[in-house]
Design a protein around this ligand. Structure first.
Ligand code: ZN
Length: 176
């Protein structure tokens, strides 16, 4: 546990918190590697890569929280499931500005499980946002999204993804 590090850009506290040992009991070896150790499945191998259901939704494989509707899934050709919007508030980001580039990790906002990364500005869909998600991080459910769930982008509408974390750094969260 690295208690000092910022958990996510949104400052969300995860409702589900378990030790690695507890997660290991519940998850398969692959699920643990990807969800808890931030691993990545090999491209074009995931069970949902070429799966385009007309209805239903995808939940977090770690805690069952609804994350993406079937309608949000699109063919990006990148080798992993791609979604262009989230169930509002269900996904959080963590911006990594180390190594001279910006990478925005996406995680389940309920348990912190690693989903993949989000990219913007590619003009693939009207939201201009691509969530590149491991199949293993999610599970398809053949039911509509729970009542009252709205969908939205995860990144701020008018601001670049880096703005928030840059602000946080300026406000004194600078890492050594
Ligand atoms: Zn979760």
């Amino acid at each position: 546990m690295s208690g000092m590090s910022k958990l996510n850009d949104q400052g969300v506290t995860y409702k589900v918190t378990k030790s690695d040992a507890e997660w290991q009991k519940e998850l398969s070896r692959e699920e643990f590697y990807i969800l808890r150790e931030k691993g990545t499945e090999r491209p074009r191998t995931g069970q949902y890569d070429k799966f385009y259901p007309k209805e239903g939704h995808f939940v977090c494989a770690g805690c069952g929280t609804p994350l993406y509707s079937a309608a949000a899934k699109f063919d990006s050709g990148c080798g992993w499931p791609a979604f262009d919007k989230i169930v509002e508030g269900a996904v959080v980001t963590q911006t990594d500005r180390s190594m001279g580039m910006v990478r925005v990790e996406i995680m389940c906002g309920n348990c912190g499980g690693h989903l993949g990364h989000v990219f913007e500005g590619e003009r693939m869909t009207p939201t201009n946002e691509r969530h590149c998600v491991n199949s293993i991080s999610v599970k398809y459910v053949d039911e509509p999204l729970p009542e009252g769930k709205r969908e939205a982008k995860v990144l701020p509408k008018s601001e670049p993804a880096t703005r928030q974390s840059l602000l946080a750094e300026l406000l004194g969260k600078k890492d050594a």
